[in-house]
Design a protein around this ligand. Structure first.
Ligand code: ASP
Length: 625
């Protein structure tokens, strides 16, 4: 039997009472986290968002309350009325924030009962994530999830406040809109009013934020929801949240300064000091040193070990002498058996035309000098796992050899990327067992080489780094064409503009990425603000004038009405929170996420709709049986 709430008002939150509150008359409301029945005494751990408080129901003192206490079960919602008292010394629990006190109840009201939950919110996450997602409301009650969302709130609030202080206005842009090209598929929404026509959900507010600059808003930001229909991964969701901003008349430096400030404010809200300015690295150097355009500074970079091998060595080892020969080193792995090494092999990306040597014993037997030199060049200790990665002449994949002075060729990039991917996959694999990611003096040193300052809290090492000077175009093998590597509003370097047609591979894009601990946190660019350049870029994308008009006509028109030079960036808010919460997955920091199969297990979406709805939308479903 349930009780009515009546006029009862709660006076305190469960987690807030302390010894100093002893003697106070209180009304607490919340969920029964745990219940212990000791006969004449029943103890309830009462939980709300703020924490847990122990309620004592003494049969002598409150026979009615005690009887109620016999009926309650975990997750019942109750109101406890009583007095705060100090616990007996032997009952003090210093692990609980409220562990010095308890409530001597005079009354207990059962406001609602609860079915037996599939798992207890009083405990750690269960392994079966599908069950967690189906009963998300129960899962979100867990202390860890409550902490994650409080953190998310605090960080977002700090970032908002900081951007506002920096003169940015928060302006919302449409959700039902037109396609924005960010490289993913669009989610489409059929129009009821306009038969056969569709809105697209925004992949980002890109075009609108640029138009806001044309409209004279000078500095815009938005905590914006974006929708991209692509395959999900641990760091990807169909809908996600960006800290999106755009500014007028900026230099790249001004964008960096803005981001560094708001990010430092956000991290400060999570108790982490993020030293500014962030270091920078060019795309080519990042590939050379880390084999990645989102380098993880917590690990030693790649080492050029070409000098360790003679030409004959390379010939015998069947290594392409024209391509990079690099070593990667994973610290503290210890000796691996042949079987353990072989288990790592599927982590190597074979498709990049690269090969690797991970058996140093064999290398040392046949090429003792080379092996010794590799160890020396990498500075590896005996406990470190070293692998040499090089070009594979037998697997010479098609790629462009075009190379402009000072720039890497596609083929070189492929070898570096194969090494870089292997490096991060292995580091992840060995992280728990061997602490490959644990900051050591050596890795802090390695990060310093790239200009990163000391993270204040060593256990939470966050190493941001800007990647600049990306190539403007990528060589597309299938078509044999150079195609823009970024969204088509990204400006080329003014100095490289003359080469747009003659030397596309040499053109640098005025864009930048922000990476942290091996994750891409965001990307942005200085934009094209001239219609002629914009048209040229569309043309190089193979978008005809007619198509450009159809897709972006409104934007091309706007460009003609006085467009200031402008630029901006967007940072993935979910990823930032994931890093700061120490979560392994975006789903831990998104309240109602989708599974890897793009399903909302709780709401059971997507679902079929009625014939009537389809008719109204002028849509017919062609189902394959
Ligand atoms: N619109 C870009 C994105 O969503 C970011 C930007 O260029 O500002 O990745």
């Amino acid at each position: 039997m349930l009780d009515f709430l009546g006029n009862l008002e709660r006076t305190h939150r469960c987690g807030t009472l302390r010894a100093a509150d002893a003697g106070k008359q209180v009304v607490l409301m919340g969920w029964v986290n745990r219940r212990r029945d000791h006969g004449n005494l029943i103890f309830l751990d009462l939980r709300d968002r703020s924490g847990i408080c122990q309620i004592v129901l003494d049969k002598e003192l409150t026979p009615g309350g005690h009887a109620r206490g016999e009926q309650v079960r975990s997750e019942y919602v109750v109101a406890a009325i009583g007095k705060v008292r100090l616990r007996a010394p032997e009952a003090i629990n210093l692990k609980m924030e409220t562990g010095e006190i308890e409530i001597e109840a005079t009354e207990l009201r059962i406001l609602n009962d609860a079915r037996l939950t599939p798992f207890s919110p009083a405990e750690e996450a269960i392994k079966d994530e599908e069950v967690r997602l189906k009963y998300r409301y129960v899962d979100l009650r867990r202390a860890e999830m409550q902490r994650n969302f409080r953190l998310r709130h605090e960080i977002t609030l700090a970032i908002r406040a900081n951007l506002s202080q920096q003169g940015f206005l928060e302006i919302e842009t449409p959700i039902l809109t037109k396609s924005t090209p960010e490289g993913a598929r669009d989610f489409l929404v059929p129009s009821r009013v306009h038969a056969g026509e569709f809105y697209a959900l925004p992949q980002s507010p890109q075009i609108f934020k640029q138009i806001l600059m044309i409209s004279g808003f000078d500095r815009y930001f938005q905590i914006a929801r974006c929708f991209r229909d692509e395959d999900l991964r641990a760091d990807r969701q169909l809908e996600f949240t960006q800290i999106d901003l755009e500014m007028s008349f900026p230099r790249r430096e001004s964008v960096f300064a803005v981001v560094e400030q708001f990010l430092a404010a956000g991290f400060a809200a999570a108790g982490v000091t993020l030293p500014t300015p962030f270091p920078r690295i060019t795309y080519d150097d990042s590939m050379r040193q880390f084999g990645s355009d989102k380098p993880d500074l917590r690990l030693p970079g790649l080492t050029d070990v070409r000098p360790a091998f003679t030409d004959e060595n390379l010939a015998t080892l069947q290594i392409d002498p024209a391509l990079p020969v690099v070593a990667l080193r994973i610290p503290n792995v210890g000796e691996l058996s042949r079987k353990e090494r072989e288990d790592n092999h599927p982590l190597f990306d074979q498709k990049k035309g690269a090969k690797f040597i991970d058996d140093f014993k064999r290398l040392a037997k046949s090429f003792p000098e080379a092996a010794a030199k590799v160890r020396e060049l990498t500075g590896a200790s005996d406990a470190d796992f070293v692998i040499v990665v090089a070009g594979d002449p037998a697997h010479h994949i098609k790629a462009s050899d075009t190379k402009f002075p000072g720039r890497l060729s596609e083929r070189e990039i492929n070898v570096y990327a194969a090494a870089g991917n292997f490096r991060t996959e292995l580091a992840k694999k060995y992280a728990d067992r061997h602490g490959a990611f644990r900051m050591t003096e050596e890795t802090v040193e390695a990060a310093h080489v790239h200009g990163a300052a000391d993270p204040i809290d060593g256990s939470k090492a966050f190493y941001p780094i800007w990647i600049v000077d990306f190539p403007m175009f990528e060589y597309e093998l299938a078509s044999g064409k150079w195609v823009p590597a970024h969204h088509p509003f990204t400006a080329p370097y003014e100095a490289d503009m003359a080469n747009l047609v003659s030397d596309p591979a040499s053109v640098r894009a005025d864009c930048y990425d922000l990476a942290m601990n091996g994750l891409e946190l965001g990307s942005g660019s200085i934009r094209i603000h001239r219609k002629d350049v914009q048209q040229q870029i569309f043309a190089s994308l193979g978008i005809s004038d007619e198509e450009a008009r159809k897709r972006f006509g409104f934007f091309l028109d706007a460009l003609e009405y006085g467009t200031p030079p402008h630029g901006g960036i967007a940072l993935g808010l979910d990823r930032i929170i994931m890093l700061l919460a120490g979560a392994a997955n975006l789903r831990e920091v998104i309240a109602f996420p989708k599974t890897a199969k793009a399903i909302d297990l709780m709401a059971d979406a997507p679902t079929t709709v009625t014939e009537q709805q389809l008719r109204e939308l002028h849509v017919r479903v062609a189902l394959k049986s």
